[in-house]
Design a protein around this ligand. Structure first.
Ligand code: BJW
Length: 240
């Protein structure tokens, strides 16, 4: 890899956090194990039974609070510090492992487990504690309108204006640990490819939309991403 890139976008999914001990969504023992996705991850479910949904995310919060970043997250920090490009991370993950690893320019398009949004006034605030349907918004003081700031099926994604700009200008698009089945994120590679970017996929296995990737690297992200980043850093040193 000889090219020097100027705008790198890294799209991450649950697979990048697997080696930190967090379950992915669609594996056999996935995150929704024992729960129907329709009951915990749709806006209709939340409207129907908010406390059931709050309980699900209340139980998830301590595990994500305790989780530690792995070699893949840490390698991204190295890339951001040492490579002469703007590096943005578009993450579908609601964990905060990118931030814990010191990664910058992180865009949580599916929200964050440690944020709550008030559906009345739009206030977003942080907590690692439990929330229930009777809780009051600290800003507008209305009760019963708090929702985990997590994007459920049927809701619009966050930061999409920023994401559109990043995808249009990126010259290298790297996808790490996502099955590529959830839209619109699954379509980002196509946008980046049509905008002229080189595209690389890192995953344990073949994914459904691999048609738009120039290169596939199979294996655990904690090994493959540091290797790829070393390749990029070496190429940039050789050009200096
Ligand atoms: C490793 C590894 C290791 C393991 N190393 N790899 C266009 C076409 C069809 C449908 C739609 C469409 N546009 C919109 C839709 C509807 C819907 C959708 O996509 N449905 C599909 C399922 C068919 N999308 C939406 O509703 C989105 N909103 C939207 O589009 O708004 C506009 C709109 C509104 C209304 C109507 C129409 C349009 C919102 C999507 C929100 C997704 N939210 C969730 C979280 C739910 C809450 C929660 O419980 O946390 O986000 S769903 C879930 O999936 C979560 C994830 O971020 C997301 C993606 O999963 P991810 O990260 O890819 O995980 P996995 O488990 O699937 O894959 C892990 C991968 O890692 C695997 O490939 C492993 O091999 C790999 N791996 N270990 C490297 N060590």
């Amino acid at each position: 890899m000889d090219k020097i890139y100027k705008n790198i976008v890294i799209l991450t999914g649950a697979g990048i956090s697997a080696e930190s001990g967090l379950s992915t969504f669609r594996s056999a023992d996935g995150l929704w194990n024992n729960h129907r996705v329709e009951d915990v991850a749709t806006i209709e479910a939340f409207e129907r039974n908010p406390d059931y949904v709050h309980d699900f995310y209340n139980q998830m919060r301590p595990e994500l609070f305790a989780a530690k970043p792995n070699a893949a997250h840490l390698a991204i920090s190295e890339l951001q510090q040492k490579y002469p490009a703007e590096v943005n991370i578009i993450t579908q993950n609601v964990d905060t492992l990118h931030e814990k690893a010191g990664n910058k320019n992180v865009w949580h398009i599916h929200g964050q487990i440690n944020q709550i949004v008030c559906l009345n006034c739009g206030n977003v605030f942080e907590t690692w504690g439990d929330i229930c349907s009777e809780d009051e918004c600290p800003q507008c003081k209305i009760r019963g309108m708090l929702k985990p700031n997590i994007v459920f099926f049927g809701e619009n994604l966050l930061y999409m204006n920023k994401v559109d700009v990043l995808l249009e200008k990126c010259d290298l698009f790297i996808s790490v640990g996502t099955s590529g089945v959830v839209y619109p994120a699954a379509g980002f590679v196509q946008i980046a490819k049509y905008a002229g970017a080189d595209t690389i996929e890192l995953n344990m296995e073949e994914t459904s939309n691999n048609y738009f990737f120039d290169r596939h690297i199979f294996g655990p992200a904690g090994t493959t991403l540091p290797q790829l980043i070393n390749e990029l850093l070496l190429a940039s040193k050789n050009k200096v």
